[in-house]
Design a protein around this ligand. Sequence first.
Ligand SMILES: Nc1ncnc2c1ncn2[C@@H]1O[C@H](COP(=O)(O)OP(=O)(O)OP(=O)(O)O)[C@@H](O)[C@H]1O
Ligand SMILES: C[C@H](N)[C@H](N)CCCCCC(=O)O
Ligand SMILES: [Mg+2]
Length: 248
Amino acid sequence: MAKLIANPQQVAWFIAGTDTEIGKTLIAGALLHGLTKTGVRSAGMKPVAAGAELRDGAWRNDDADVLAAEASVALPQELSTPFLLRQPTAPHIAAAQEERKIELAHILSCYQQISALADAVIVEGVGGFRVPLNDTHDTADLAQQLGLPVVLVVGLRLGCISHALLTAEAIAARGLQLAGWVANTVDPAMLNADANIAALKSRIDAPFLGHVPRMGELPARALVEAAVSHLDFSCLPGWPAPSGTHPI
Ligand SMILES: Nc1ncnc2c1ncn2[C@@H]1O[C@H](COP(=O)(O)OP(=O)(O)OP(=O)(O)O)[C@@H](O)[C@H]1O
Ligand SMILES: C[C@H](N)[C@H](N)CCCCCC(=O)O
Ligand SMILES: [Mg+2]
């Protein structure tokens, strides 16, 4: 399959999660925040968003707005979120309610256009790694067709070890690189969180980027900034050096 990346200097990651509501957007926002700080042209994409509200006469999605706020390249919503669906439910069902069909080819075309405008692109998935998008394709197919290395967000709560290992296996089965993973605390009362992380570290063959604790109720941008302070993206293959520094 032809590589989609147009700019040879460009980096991009697909953000997958062990489930829905476990912190993909938080970590995608943190990655964009870090990229923007290094001085590269960063763009965020949430190609399929299920759950929208009408604000000032336009349909908006919270995830898409978080990514847009942290990116340095402003994009029209039709490019960054070509499938903005109203119901907060499984996307193929939300699409059917609106008599729409989620087309992977259209997402790939939007991604190519974004790639031409940015040096670094963060693409957030939907829910877990195998969420149906239409009758024949799911989010793993999307990641595979984009051909991107994957950053896996593990929502730290009881049960996440198996979810994380199954997801890592599914990523490998698609021939994709697991570029790194993050432990994001979903249940702050979880017993033995550190031992759970140690169990994952010894079983996941990819860099561990950090453990984000459960933070208080904060506005989205403050949460992203707080999350960044717990993460080290420098071990992600391809992570850009801050502008002004030169490799020796
Ligand atoms: N470590 C954390 N501390 C505090 N709040 C958090 C943390 N991680 C996530 N949240 C909050 O939990 C909610 C779900 O997180 P998020 O939206 O990032 O999940 P998601 O995996 O992107 O979900 P979706 O599948 O809907 O895209 C959000 O309100 C987010 O701000
Ligand atoms: C609405 C929600 N927050 C997500 N955007 C969609 C999650 C779909 C999960 C589908 C499933 O795996 O059962
Ligand atoms: Mg999200």
